[in-house]
Design a protein around this ligand. Structure first.
Ligand SMILES: Nc1ncnc2c1ncn2[C@@H]1O[C@H](COP(=O)(O)OP(=O)(O)OP(=O)(O)O)[C@@H](O)[C@H]1O
Length: 407
């Protein structure tokens, strides 16, 4: 019989809230010292041992995925996925529909078993353990709260349903629920039922319920996907703050690149069950490893041309951009809308203005480029004296930052 994994870095203690408040920021982990030992009060109540309170960082566990594969009737949902997540990291799994995000999250959770490969929590092989044995916290896109239970009962559920020997006493559970209600900023809501909450509030309660068990890792499957845009943005910031305070190792699935860029320490871009790139938001945005990542992260203009002798050229245009690391042959130029300089026709890429919009200090242009099937979008901060170009006029575009990939 497999032994449940316990988070060795996170012991539940009555000073939970204080402990969170005292936690230094991630960059200062080495300076962490125990706020105060509560081992004698807690051991035997929430299953915390002396070892659990020796590590007060509350940063969850490190996680390692080795060569994970999963196929569904011939289709590879996961294809040799390797990933290392450090304790306390907030990682986004990003990719289009069908790229394998949910499958990967479910395999980490133990809700789904891989055909091959390993899931390691710390140094322990968890591949054959169930969700409960892994002690992970999982939040679904559609608030899976129990309708017949109050908010407090929902949050307490994971602790109450533990086997007797690891179940905390009632007073400890009640205290823990109060702490979590404070943490999710719903201190007065313990007696309400889920139907009396907004969508955003329900998701906060779902998060509190997942955190209640002191999970080894927190797994969120499009946690804000069902909410409207404004609430999404608010909850996104709230989750980032919550993570700064709890330092819980967290993986969340999203197909929203903005959400990933704003929230994550690192982003994992998935494509057809494989990892296309892993990096910080800056790395992913500024140095996309492939045209797939460039296209997926942020807005992109794509121009079809070719590389000749280390330069990207477009027939009929003066442009000759350095592209030394790309082999000669058909190639694509990728430029973000705000990464063009505007000049005279004949100086770079000649582009005809199709439509122009000015909004306060920004000018947006829709342009047509001879020989290209896709329109080009340009977004520029208006400088004094710059008038909005008239539709029909021809301009020269100079890419300031760009990437060239073989086609
Ligand atoms: N139970 C299943 N049976 C058959 N195929 C499945 C099953 N679950 C997932 N798949 C397939 O595995 C691939 C990956 O699916 P997955 O749900 O992990 O993608 P995703 O990136 O999470 O997509 P979405 O953003 O739409 O949720 C897809 O091709 C999907 O059709």
């Amino acid at each position: 019989m497999a032994t449940p994994l316990r988070n060795p870095t996170v012991g539940i203690d009555p000073s939970f809230t204080a402990g969170i408040a005292e936690r230094p920021r991630r960059t200062d982990r080495s300076a962490v010292t125990a706020p105060h030992s509560t081992a004698s009060q807690d051991s035997g109540t929430l299953g915390a041992s002396a070892a659990t309170v020796r590590h007060p960082t509350r940063s969850g566990m490190d996680l390692h995925l080795r060569q994970l594969s999963k196929r569904y009737s011939g289709v590879a949902a996961l294809d040799g996925v390797n990933l290392d997540v450090a304790a306390g990291e907030l990682v986004a799994l990003l990719g289009p529909s069908g790229s394998g995000k949910t499958t990967l999250l479910r395999v980490i959770a133990g809700l789904l078993h891989p055909d091959a490969g390993q899931v390691l929590f710390g140094r322990d092989d968890a591949t054959r353990l169930s969700l409960r044995e892994r002690n992970v916290g999982f939040v679904f896109q559609h608030y899976a709260l129990f309708k017949h239970m109050t908010v407090a009962e929902n949050i307490a559920f994971g602790l109450r349903s533990r086997p007797r020997r690891r179940r905390p006493d009632k007073a400890t559970i009640a205290r823990r629920v109060e702490e979590l209600l404070g943490l999710i900023q719903l201190p007065e809501f313990g007696g309400r039922y889920p139907e009396q909450l907004s969508g955003g509030q329900k998701q906060r309660v779902a998060l509190a319920r997942a955190l209640a068990i002191d999970p080894t890792v927190l797994l969120l499957d499009e946690p804000f996907g069902a909410l409207d845009a404004k609430v999404r943005v608010e909850l996104r910031r709230w989750l980032r703050e919550l993570h700064e305070r709890t330092g819980q190792t967290t993986l969340f699935v999203t197909h929203d690149q903005e959400e990933a860029l704003e929230l994550a320490d690192r982003i994992v871009v998935l494509r057809e069950g494989r990892i296309e790139q892993v990096g910080t938001p800056d790395e992913i945005y500024s140095a996309p490893a492939s045209s797939y990542v460039f296209d997926f992260i942020g807005r992109a203009n794509v121009l079809d041309g070719r590389v000749e002798g280390g330069r990207f050229v477009l027939d009929g245009h003066a442009l000759a951009l350095p592209a030394e690391d790309v082999a000669d042959g058909p190639a694509r130029l990728f430029v973000r809308p705000h990464d063009f300089a505007l000049g005279e026709a004949g100086s770079g890429i000649d582009a005809r203005v199709v439509a122009a919009h000015r909004l306060a200090d920004r000018i947006t242009l829709e342009l047509a480029v001879a020989g290209q099937s896709r329109p080009v979008e340009l977004d520029s901060v208006a400088t004094p004296g710059l008038t909005t170009p008239a539709p029909g006029s021809v301009l020269g575009l100079e890419p300031l930052r760009y990437r060239v990939y073989s086609a």
